[in-house]
Design a protein around this ligand. Structure first.
Ligand code: ATP
Ligand code: MG
Length: 332
């Protein structure tokens, strides 16, 4: 039996083995060729991203998921099949028995969950179950979702940021922001264009955002095109300004956090205030994010040690602790 914990994110896909080691982490992109009525897989993940913008019209790059839910059963089946083939390169007779726990957004409907399990089944995963992503992420950060104290986590992904409170294996409250990591990237591109008259592509803007959160220097060097002349230009941009450009997005996530807190009982609120909140998802790595939340709420804000992989690692833990997902009427 081969076993996996899978985080099928809108931006990135992470696959862990049963021990919690990451075996695959790549952008969630699939390149398919329409071959008459059938769709044939051409590339997935990083190699598909490398080809974006360079492909003939017959090859379409697709995101297998939109807002964490599958949009097209056939694309998702092709994507899952290629994930399993790459995560467990084995002859087909050994690969026949694959068990997986797959993270899904809390807001996913029963129909969307069933569609995902169907795609998993058709992709050769013999036994699959879903787990709510915030619960999986919390488990991946070492939080026991069965504990008798309420906890709150914030998952800042590409397209959405989800705030979730839970206790004793059940959800207490949930709210989300429709802007998250990708909107931070857009804000950086906008800031560079408006304040420095430099045009950068989406990937370059993302790189500036990431570097600004990591560097100890007061400035980051940005390579782009002059907005007036179109010529290549290099500017040195203060990190503090890049961080400031992210503030409107962070404010929207703060609003989501406030409304989630508002839904809690006084007891549960007291637990959250005492324990603090845990952040994960790629967007939580943005410079100044944790600090801004801490200032806004005045309770401890902890960033996960493994923000990009904790959902898949938590899903892998559920392989061994099915009671964590059985509450949702599933069998593994
Ligand atoms: N070091 C970093 N600093 C800032 N942002 C980052 C960093 N690393 C990744 N990101 C951002 O995190 C986002 C992707 O996060 P993540 O991989 O958690 O999303 P996802 O799980 O695929 O999406 P979702 O949960 O919305 O389905 C992107 O917007 C990316 O730019
Ligand atoms: Mg995610």
């Amino acid at each position: 039996m081969i076993e996996f914990g899978i985080d099928l994110g809108t931006a990135n896909t992470v696959v862990c083995d049963a021990a919690g080691s990451v075996v695959l982490a790549e952008p969630s992109v699939i390149l398919v060729r329409s071959d008459g009525r059938r769709r044939v897989l051409a590339a997935t993940g990083r190699s598909a991203v490398d080809l974006v913008g360079r492909t003939p019209p017959s090859l379409q790059p697709l995101r297998p998921l939109q807002d964490g839910a599958i949009t097209d059963l056939e694309t998702s089946r092709l994507y899952l099949r290629s994930l399993i083939a790459r995560a467990a390169p084995a002859p087909w007779w050994r690969r026949r028995r694959v068990r997986a726990v797959i993270g899904v957004p809390v807001g996913a409907t029963a129909l969307e969950r069933r569609a995902l399990l169907e795609a998993a089944d058709e992709a050769g995963i013999t036994r699959a179950a879903t787990v709510d992503e915030p619960i999986a992420g919390a488990i991946g950060c070492g939080i026991d979702p069965m504990q008798h104290r309420a906890r709150m986590v914030v998952d800042v992904g590409g397209g959405t940021a989800e705030v979730t409170a839970f206790c004793f294996g059940g959800l207490l409250a949930q709210s989300s922001s429709r802007v998250a990591g990708d909107e931070m990237t857009a804000a950086v591109a906008h800031y560079l264009r408006e304040e420095h008259q430099v045009l950068v592509g989406e990937l370059d803007a993302e790189e500036v955002k990431i570097r600004a959160g990591q560097t100890a220097d007061p400035t980051v060097l940005v390579q782009g095109r002059d907005a007036g002349t179109g010529r290549a230009r290099q500017v040195s941009v203060p990190v503090a300004e890049v961080t400031a450009a992210l503030q409107p997005v962070i404010a929207s996530i703060i609003n989501a956090l406030s409304s989630c807190l508002d839904e809690l009982s006084p007891q549960a609120t007291a637990d959250v205030l005492a324990e603090g909140i845990v952040l994960f998802g790629g967007g939580s790595l943005a410079g100044g994010f944790a600090e801004t939340l801490e200032q806004a709420f005045g309770f401890p804000v902890k960033r996960a040690d493994n923000p990009l992989t904790c959902v898949a690692q938590g899903a892998a833990v559920c392989l061994r602790r099915p009671e964590l997902i059985l509450g949702y009427g599933q069998q593994l």
